[in-house]
Design a protein around this ligand. Structure first.
Ligand code: NAP
Length: 248
């Protein structure tokens, strides 16, 4: 399939997990891919090579999505290198899980900055090339815990709920300019982020999911591809759960 032939995508946090799955899926569908990471230089170089071997242009940028000036500079660099940005996937995210009783101000700020302020930073910066091109698709990675909350994740849940409100507002602001903005709310997707969790708890989660398994990066990449492509040109302002029926 070539659903994204000649489109340019910017994906934040693509050196592993869901972001990497999205980068590979986009490249297999003909997109030129600019991606970011926080510190995994070696993984970024390897991914750049893997994407390029699929016959597209690809480049990794070390850029802190939570830093306003860095996000602005990144978008300028990507536009200079790739010509435009058709698709933005705000995927970068972190966790600092603990009960509110033990949560420090730093743990709150780090998560809100990396997960929510990053979405503001990048979306604001890509507005310029998207308005100029009179088209664009912005996809923000929320979470089912942003929809329903989760004990021990008040910082993370708040950041992911904030993403949903932001997504709907931007869809309302930019719809008339043919720029779409949607959110994805993954349930339990088995990546390095979840690999840090206790195996017994992980198995309990798998057992409680109607489809009886954790999701994969490919599952999320398939939905992201749909929202990025022209198959979804009449969908904006939505938050789509991808959770094996967990949130039902
Ligand atoms: P992951 O495996 O931990 O990967 C996170 C990626 O984000 C890495 O590439 C990391 O770069 C990058 N990153 C972190 N902070 C960054 C920053 N400030 N600036 C730029 N890049 C940054 O995470 P994942 O499990 O694939 O999750 C991806 C997204 O899906 C996150 O937003 C997460 O909240 C969301 N999500 C995940 C699940 C799940 O079950 N896995 C469920 C719901 C939602 P480095 O490699 O350099 O650190």
């Amino acid at each position: 399939m070539n659903l994204l032939q000649n489109k340019v995508a910017l994906i934040t946090g693509a050196t592993r997990g869901i972001g990497k799955g999205i980068a590979l899926s986009f490249a297999k569908n003909g997109a030129n891919v600019a991606f970011t990471y926080a510190s995994s230089e070696e993984k970024a170089i390897a991914l750049e090579a893997e994407l390029t071997s699929l016959g597209v242009k690809a480049k990794g940028y070390k850029s802190d999505a939570g830093n306003f000036a860095a996000a602005d500079a990144l978008v300028n660099e990507v536009v200079a290198e790739f010509g435009t940005i058709d698709i933005l996937v705000n995927n970068a995210g972190i966790t600092r899980d603990t009960l509110l009783m033990r949560m420090s101000e730093q743990q709150w700020d780090e998560v809100l900055n990396a997960n929510l302020k990053s979405v503001f930073n990048l979306t604001k910066a890509v507005q310029r090339p998207m308005l100029k091109a009179k088209k664009g698709s912005i996809i923000n990675m929320s979470s089912v815990v942003g929809v329903k909350g989760n004990a021990g994740q008040s910082n993370y849940s708040a950041s992911k709920a904030g993403i949903i409100g932001f997504t709907k507002s931007i869809a309302l602001e930019l719809g008339s300019r043919n720029i779409r903005c949607n959110a994805i709310a993954p349930g339990f997707i088995e990546t390095e982020m979840t690999g840090a969790l206790d195996e017994k708890i992980v198995q309990q989660w798998r057992d409680s999911i109607p489809l009886k398994r954790g999701g994969t990066s490919e599952d999320v990449a398939n939905l992201t591809l749909f929202l990025a492509s022209d198959l979804s040109t009449y969908i904006t302002g939505q938050c789509i759960n991808i959770c094996g029926g967990m949130l039902t």
